[in-house]
Design a binder for this molecule. Structure first.
Ligand code: BG6
Length: 506
């Protein structure tokens, strides 16, 4: 059967350039804006993906003027952009920079924002299209949404769009997530809400879809007949110094499992979507998340820990309780592991282990499908002593790529079988470097392309999975301590060992 070459009349290999618009960043003085958002805007401009009619508007309390704001963006771009700095690109881009000073409860500041955006429509030709990026704590979402509504900035029409971009955490639990979604949806309908989960903007995460659905090789073994279990790991070596304000009371499960790891789980476990239209993709992810079930009892199938002092490489580091800003009796977990199953024909009985932690041995995010052992080995046992289980490992970062582990004969006159790796590495296979996740996601917001943004239902279903675990933990005292630089608490190893399995040491 010939395939339809262009389903929607567009060659998807070609990049799309955003149409005229302005991007307003609330929380422009924050860390995320400086490290990721402003550099990503510059990188997009440098790649020619922003239109001449583009404006970047900062909104914050600081007593800055437009020039001060320009300097701040300049410093952020010089320090953190991915692509080379080009004076001509910068000149053109910075002509569209504006700053509005004010607090979120200040009506006059929002009126000022409105008139600034109206002026930009005429001066820069931004055409009344505005994206509002809320890089601010969720507790401030209601007041900002209300102000955008009061000042008429939420008013869209057929010829001009208004979109809101929100950053996690999307709530603290299911109940608060429902409430947050209600508040945001009162002002912005669901198709104008873009929830950022930056993992979905990563090339290697999008490659999961290519690996699974562009190849014939993997699908036949992508199920409970062949897969013993799946390990999804997001390990970080950094500590939490400087992040107490956000992290204390939140913890690893809410920070990472509820969003990034659940999304990875959904992409690994979902069925093939009818097409890559956003609705079809979301429908498949929602089906998986609806079928996820915690393996019980929680006490044996989850683990949580908090890092104590230790060594990170050659550096001696303090434990969480000594980090600036954390309360001395904080019970916030910095390590979390949970085991779930997906109740579907494809996955029945296959455990999915999700773990994340700070101050672990290495920074690595990977997904490993660990296969069952061959049902029969026609070798003496000594020949296969060194043979592990076959594994397909998707390396999300760093050293992005895919590894297939299988047994191979060790050269020599005897017969000994040992594990070897077959490796695909992005660095070697492609000359193109990968865009930063935020470049892709900001561009998609401006294009109105929602595929890579979780919808309401996905967020709520993820909380539904996590809430019972969090409730159980809240009742069970302090997390176990683990030494910085290690691989988490002993309870995490015990959780795996009980089933005769063990965590990978990436
Ligand atoms: C964020 C978490 O979402 O992801 C952080 O809030 C974490 O705690 C970060 O450090 C990791 O992102 P990346 O892209 O470096 O893996």
């Amino acid at each position: 059967m010939p395939r339809n070459p262009l389903r929607d009349g567009r060659d998807k290999r070609l990049p799309r350039i955003a149409g005229p618009c302005s991007l307003v960043i609330f929380g422009v003085t924050g860390d995320l804006a400086r490290r990721k958002l402003m550099p990503a805007v510059y990188d997009l401009a440098n790649r020619g993906l922003l239109p001449p009619g583009f404006a970047l508007v900062g909104f914050a309390r600081r007593d800055w003027d437009h020039e001060d704001f320009g300097r701040i963006v300049h410093d952020a771009v010089r320090a953190n952009s991915r692509t080379e700095f080009r004076e001509d690109v910068w000149e053109r881009l910075s002509e569209g920079f504006r700053f509005v000073q004010g607090t979120f409860d200040d009506d006059a500041a929002f009126d000022q924002l409105k008139s600034t955006l109206d002026d930009l429509d005429t001066q820069r030709g931004t055409n009344g299209n505005h994206a509002f990026y809320l890089s601010i704590p969720p507790s401030a979402f209601p007041v900002v949404c209300e102000q955008l509504q009061r000042s008429g900035l939420d008013q869209r029409s057929d010829s001009r769009w208004r979109r809101v971009v929100i950053e996690k955490p999307f709530g603290h639990d299911l109940e608060s997530a429902i409430e947050l979604n209600r508040i945001v949806n009162q002002v912005f309908p669901e198709d104008s809400v873009f929830r950022i989960d930056h993992y979905l903007g990563k090339e290697t995460v999008q490659n999961i879809l290519a690996l699974r659905f562009a190849n014939q090789l993997f699908d036949p073994i992508w199920n409970s007949h062949y897969v013993d279990h799946v390990q999804i790991t997001m390990a970080e070596d950094i500590g939490l110094g400087g992040r107490a304000g956000y992290y204390d009371g939140i913890g690893a499960a809410r920070d990472v499992i509820q969003n990034h790891l659940m999304q990875l789980l959904a992409l690994i476990a979902m069925e093939e979507p009818v097409s890559f239209q956003p609705r079809e993709l979301q429908a498949e992810k929602i089906k998986v998340l609806s079928a996820v079930r915690n393996i019980l009892p929680h006490s044996e199938n989850t683990a949580r820990g908090q890092y104590g002092p230790g060594w990170q490489g050659s550096e001696e580091v303090v434990g969480l309780l000594e980090e600036e800003g954390f309360s001395k009796d904080s019970t916030t977990e910095t390590y979390a592991a949970i085991a779930v199953e997906v109740d579907s024909r494809r996955w029945a009985g296959v455990p999915f282990y999700l773990r994340t932690g700070k101050r672990l041995g290495r920074r690595v995010t990977e997904i490993a499908l660990v296969f069952k052992r061959a049902p029969h080995l026609p070798f003496d046992q000594t020949m296969t002593d060194e043979l592990g289980q076959n594994a397909l490992v998707i390396r999300i970062q760093p050293d992005e790529g895919v590894t297939l582990r299988f047994g191979s004969k060790v050269p020599g006159s005897g017969m000994e079988v040992r594990d070897v790796n077959m490796d695909f590495s992005y660095g070697q296979a492609f000359t193109e470097s990968s865009p930063e996740a935020y470049e892709r996601l900001i561009l998609d917001v401006l294009l109105g392309e929602p595929s890579l943004f979780p919808v309401n239902d996905e967020v709520e279903l993820s909380w539904k999975i996590l809430d019972p675990v969090l409730d159980e933990w809240a009742k069970s005292g302090r997390p176990d301590e683990y030494p910085a630089g290690g691989w988490g608490p002993a309870s995490a190893d015990e959780m795996m060992n009980r089933t005769g399995r063990s965590w990978r040491r990436p």
